[in-house]
Design a binder for this molecule. Structure first.
Ligand code: PMP
Length: 330
């Protein structure tokens, strides 16, 4: 057992776990990277730490400064924790449609929360543009810019990919996950390809996102919609630029929710919907690669962040989605 010298060292080095049900379903070994085990309970702690360290190195962030960011929530939580540990303040801009838990959590951590109406990226009121303006208007502030700041994917090249490679003893045939900023898929993809270019990298896209059609036929075209938070991208961000995507899958909320339910009921893992969508994508990839192969994906965040949404039967019914069956019996 080792002792870590400070709390920032708690970020990363997450466990990798073999998922029994998905492995049986795929006919191969499916592994999940437990990113909910980070201090902020999501994969975004890694990007938050790398973005802050990069801004410090460039001299953009000075003592007592403020970090401003637009986020679906998890990056804000990661940034708030990292900022507290290093003596910075945070201003977080979030669409008001995100879960109540994320809003409560951000306020509890000490971030200044700015809620804006959900709007298309082309609208100047979109949370990303609002956060950029706020950063410009605030003294001694830096804009984290997670979508187009490649310190984000660097976190995954240098940490997530390295960890997966060593945890799997270099025996990995495929990796897949969904994209929000694209930092995870691009960074892990680049990192694994640098180790062994035969590793298949697959994008798993939710409905309502435009990347599936982009990688399938070069055209950004969105179809349908998804209630998954944190994923579903409509453009090629700087983080996605040059991502080594070999193949792509489109996964419905129903299929993702099926795996959220099964992983909780059968394996005792309480996850968010993006993790369920990733697992469904990993099963599709494993089936394509064949029996005896080994594929990995990301378990992005904890389900405790969604008690008011996907784990709330009334909310699910209002969205025309099936609630967790055991909740109907209680
Ligand atoms: N799942 C959740 C719950 C997230 O918050 C995010 C981050 N937006 C992702 C997946 C996607 O990660 P990335 O931004 O690295 O593409």
């Amino acid at each position: 057992m080792t002792v870590l010298p400070n709390t920032l060292e708690l970020i990363g080095n997450t466990p990798l776990v073999r998922l029994r049900g998905p492995s049986e379903e795929a006919g191969c070994d499916v592994f999940g990277k437990c990113e909910f085990a980070n201090p902020g309970a999501s994969v975004k702690d890694r990007a938050a730490l790398f973005i802050v360290r990069d801004a410090e190195r460039q001299g953009l962030l000075r003592p007592g400064g403020t970090i401003v960011e637009g986020t679906a929530g998890n990056t804000g939580i990661g940034l708030a924790l990292v900022a507290n540990a290093l003596g910075y303040k945070t201003i977080i801009v979030m669409p008001e449609t995100q879960s109540q838990e994320k809003k409560d959590t951000l306020r509890a951590l000490g971030a200044q929360l700015v809620l804006v109406p959900a709007a298309p990226y082309s609208n100047p009121g979109h949370f990303v543009h609002t956060s950029r303006r706020l950063a410009e208007e605030t003294e001694n502030a830096v804009w984290a810019n997670q979508f187009d700041n490649i310190a984000n994917r660097k976190a995954h090249i240098e940490t997530t990919a390295e960890e997966i490679w060593s945890q799997m003893d270099g025996r990995i045939d495929g990796f897949t996950c969904a994209a929000g900023t694209g930092g995870t898929i691009a960074g892990v993809g680049m990192g694994l390809k640098a180790k062994d270019e035969r590793v298949t990298i697959a994008l798993t896209d939710p409905h309502g996102a435009a990347l599936f059609s982009y990688y399938a036929c070069g055209e950004l075209r969105a179809e349908g919609s998804s209630v998954a938070e944190g994923i579903g991208q409509g453009r090629v961000t700087a983080n996605l630029d040059g991502a080594p995507i070999d193949t792509q899958f489109r996964i419905s909320d129903e299929e993702g929710l099926l795996w959220v339910r099964r992983l909780l009921a059968e394996e005792g893992l309480c996850l968010g919907l993006s993790s369920g969508i990733n697992v469904a994508g990993a099963i599709a990839l494993g089936r394509q690669l064949g029996a005896g192969t080994r594929v990995a994906t990301i378990l992005c965040d904890t389900g405790f962040r969604y008690l008011s949404t996907i784990y709330n039967p009334e909310w699910m019914q209002a969205k025309n989605l099936p609630p967790m069956p055991w909740q109907l019996e209680n």
